[in-house]
Design a protein around this ligand. Sequence first.
Ligand SMILES: Cc1ncc(COP(=O)(O)O)c(C=O)c1O
Length: 382
Amino acid sequence: MPGFETIDKQELKHLKKIFQNGGGVLFRHGFEKIRGRSFQVEEFEKKFAKRFKSKYALAVSSGTAALRVALASLGIGKNDEVITQSFTFVATVEAIVESGAKPVCTEIDDTLNMCPNDLLKKISKKTKAIILVHMLGSPGNISEVKKICKRKNIYLIEDTAWGIGGMYKKKFLGTIGDIGTFSFDFAKTITTGEGGMLLFKKKQHFLKAKAWHDHGHENNPKVPRWEDTRQSSGFNYRMTELQGAVGISQLKKFNNIFNKHKKNKNIILKKIKKFKEIRIRDLPNNSIDAAEALIFSLKNQNLARRFRKIFFDKGYSTKILPEALDWHFAGKWTHIKELNLKKSNSYKKSLKKINKYVSLQIFYKMKDDYPKKIESTLRQIL
Ligand SMILES: Cc1ncc(COP(=O)(O)O)c(C=O)c1O
């Protein structure tokens, strides 16, 4: 699971720099006379872009904000449609609604991400962008979805909230489409408490996003900020220096976290592969997942629920599936009127599929008995 398991004195050391060298300036812009050369958010952006091999990075206040800023930078709004997948966190759809566009969701395939066949059926003349989610850290079918986007001239955003470090054909998730968005909330691989990042292919989208997330400020070096130039309105989704400092420290730990996730996931995989009744979530060819979770299906929904109950009684919870579907499945969101759901439990095909799955958390500091408890629970129910 997450960066929060790794928060320690290192983050404190980085935070102290703001006060010792940076005069206590917590705002990412200006105040040069007080802050000297302490620009934590800017440094975090540069290091993040370098680590994930992208030219342009913009830090923002959350992963939800990153999605909203991405849509704004592509000029998406009223009268447009944006397609995402039915299995995602509610934030993906909320960001589309906030942009003024109409959200449309697809069914999922055995990757548990966007089904490219259903995507083709849902594209209309109004479709301006597709948000492919690498849900719970496992890549979606990006080669197919990208081909469709290219053919139909539609933007591709990758919601990489969970997928940091994952890859497709040696490219990092979040750098394959036009824009990739990331989350650093407290449950994610690296965390700044709340926070997010965008990676861009094109400079023009980066510049639009940079201004839009900062009330339209162009940060024109020729004028002071209070006389700054602007071309359009925007909003405030800025990251603070406190988050930036923590982000730099967390990024230093990323390799270690990622490798540990992989190692711990493999230990569990070895145990559960003994059970023939289990089917592991599909991983597209040439992909590497972020090992955020281990997701497998059982024969039916009852078994998945029984696993959850017995595992819970042993002192562990599962991650999202089957326990928190209400917040992670569009078929349940009758409260979002823009989705036009006729009744709860829509996207029946996806629901039938997802109901059988169990999602296990992968911990950085995995307790010795965790894999054994998983194995014994499976033995009990099967
Ligand atoms: C798929 C997905 N997208 C976006 C977000 C939003 O991220 P944040 O919590 O940083 O706003 C989340 C959060 O869990 C998520 O799971």
